[in-house]
Design a protein around this ligand. Structure first.
Ligand code: NAD
Ligand code: UGA
Length: 465
């Protein structure tokens, strides 16, 4: 198999953009073109001011600045890029279905199918198709079926190469991943295709970290990895509620169990609940697939992870109401943080959205400060819930660019994202300008509760009585 010199990636989102930027940086001899239907997204990736690229990730603008215009290109000319490429990554969104069979559970594969049909229609030379999007196990079969029936004599190999980067650490995760996973057919042609992709990653990743499997193991491993990670968070969050009843401290418990090397210390941080575009979607997918095979116990087992997470978000909001004398009607509650985690501008499924929704139902007035999330995004997130009219959201929720102003005259502050800068604020100044008793509900357990109490704050941390 000849070396790959021209790659196309369909989808310039949180995965396609950073992943292809790093491949282009590490493989200067390969031309990488990232295409998207969204003109706004592509023009943001091409913005002369590198700070305006649409995905905020520490270190990403430097990578893009190095490769863009050299061997990295962003374009809306999807068909041209497909036709010219020898290898095509599909990195489009695969959200939970909102209609029909599998509504609210299964993955909506409409964008994946559109890509496959477009590739089939446009291609005039043989290509390797790489599933980069997270897909239900056996999706490659459908893609292969569509591609095999083009009738124009072009040969396709379909690989699964799921992405394991976490937002906020995408660049270091891509530069030095724990592993890269590549699934392909175990035929001669399949193995050649796997090798072509291995050769690309081998530019910078040690060979023993590049795992190759059959396609189905690769597809399923991605869902399972996310399910296991999310399960740890729901497990620790379940114990946080017990801690609040027993005077055990969740941070101490997490440390005590995490030092057991069989358990490990990562992903044991109790929180207001996990967010992000993938954990919930991928577990729902696993549940849906299991149910569709009649595996009721397997499905129920994983569904509990989601149920626990929903409970954690709700109970956090209800504790705020309870602590504010059982009414927040007309009270100002300041949210520090809106993104689903620190170091990203992504808000998809952020716990903040659901906590806000609960409090708005109680007629609270919410003020939000987030260092990276734009005002319009916050309103879009709330409007998307469809709980109240956009005018009501505008009326009840105000967005601030200055955290100190956001906290002035507030009844309470709630920490929804673990942004580092919150730890360094002048908390005395914030206290002086708040209504008393000044309360803090730390949904991320990042603030020094003892220090804040010495100022006069009443502090509630997750999992601490
Ligand atoms: P995203 O919504 O940020 O980006 C997807 C992009 O694809 C959008 O810009 C959309 O306009 C574009 N698109 C959709 N259909 C298209 C088409 N037919 N032609 C051209 N462009 C098209 O999504 P994302 O966060 O990058 O996620 C992509 C996939 O990667 C998902 O399957 C997700 O589960 C998976 N994943 C995401 C992460 C993450 O951290 N966000 C990590 C690992 C895996
Ligand atoms: C997650 C996985 O970590 C990635 O490996 C995977 O590629 C990605 O999903 C995906 O498939 O999309 P991501 O969602 O970007 O990455 O970020 P995480 O660091 O996993 O955090 C997810 C959520 O869990 C955040 O809301 C975070 O605040 C929360 N979390 C994380 C906790 O509440 N406690 C923890 O101990 C860790």
């Amino acid at each position: 198999m000849k070396k790959i010199t021209n790659i196309c990636c369909i989808g310039a989102g949180y995965v396609g953009g950073p992943t292809m930027s790093v491949i282009a940086k590490q493989c200067p001899e390969i031309k990488v073109t990232v295409v998207d239907l969204s003109e706004a997204r592509i023009s943001a990736w091409n913005d002369e001011n590198i700070d305006n690229i649409p995905v905020y990730e520490p270190g990403l603008s430097e990578v893009v600045a190095e490769a863009r215009g050299r061997n990295l290109f962003f374009s809306t000319e999807v068909e041209k890029a497909i036709d010219e490429a020898e290898m095509i990554f599909i990195s489009v969104n695969t959200p939970t279905k909102t209609y029909g069979a599998g509504k609210g559970m299964g993955a909506d594969l409409k964008w994946i199918e559109l890509c496959a049909r477009q590739i089939a229609r446009v291609s005039t030379t043989d290509k390797i198709i790489v599933e980069k999007s997270t897909l239900p196990v056996r999706t490659a079969e459908a893609i292969r079926d569509i591609l095999a029936n083009t009738g124009n004599g072009v040969n396709f190999q379909v690989l699964s190469n799921p992405e394991f980067l976490a937002e906020g650490t995408a660049v270091p995760d891509l530069l030095s991943p724990d592993r890269v996973l590549i699934g392909g057919d175990q035929t001669v042609e399949g193995k050649e295709a796997i090798q072509a992709l291995v050769d690309i990653y081998a530019h910078w990743i040690p060979k023993d970290r590049i795992l190759t499997t059959n396609v189905w193991s690769s597809e399923l491993s991605k869902l399972v990895a996310n399910a296991f990670l999310a399960q740890r968070i729901s497990s620790i969050n379940s114990i946080s509620e017990l801690c609040e009843k027993t005077e055990a401290d969740i941070n101490e418990v997490a440390k005590a169990i995490g030092t057991d090397s069989r358990i490990g210390s990562k992903f044991l941080k109790a929180s207001v609940g996990f967010g992000g575009s993938c954990f919930q979607k991928d577990i729902l997918n696993l549940v849906y697939i299991s149910r569709s095979f009649g595996l009721q116990e397997v499905a129920d087992y994983w569904e509990r992870v989601i149920i626990m997470n929903d409970h954690q978000k709700k109970r956090f909001a209800h504790n705020i109401v309870k602590d504010l004398y059982n009414t927040v009607s007309g009270k100002k509650i300041t949210f520090l943080g809106w993104a689903f985690k620190k170091d990203t501008n992504d808000t998809r499924e952020s716990a903040a959205i659901y906590v806000a929704d609960e409090l708005l139902n109680e007629q609270a007035k919410i003020r939000v400060y987030d260092p990276k999330v734009k005002e319009h995004q916050i309103y879009e997130d709330l409007d998307y819930l469809n709980t109240r009219k956009p005018e009501e959201n505008k009326e009840q929720v105000k967005i601030f660019e200055d955290p100190y102003r956001a906290c002035e005259n507030a009844h309470a502050i709630s920490i929804l994202t673990e942004w580092d800068e919150f730890k360094d604020y002048d908390w005395q100044r914030i206290y002086d300008n708040m209504l008393k008793p000044a309360k803090i509900f730390d949904g991320r357990n990042i603030l020094d509760a003892e220090k804040l109490r010495s100022i006069g704050f009443k502090v509630t941390s997750i999992g601490v009585k």
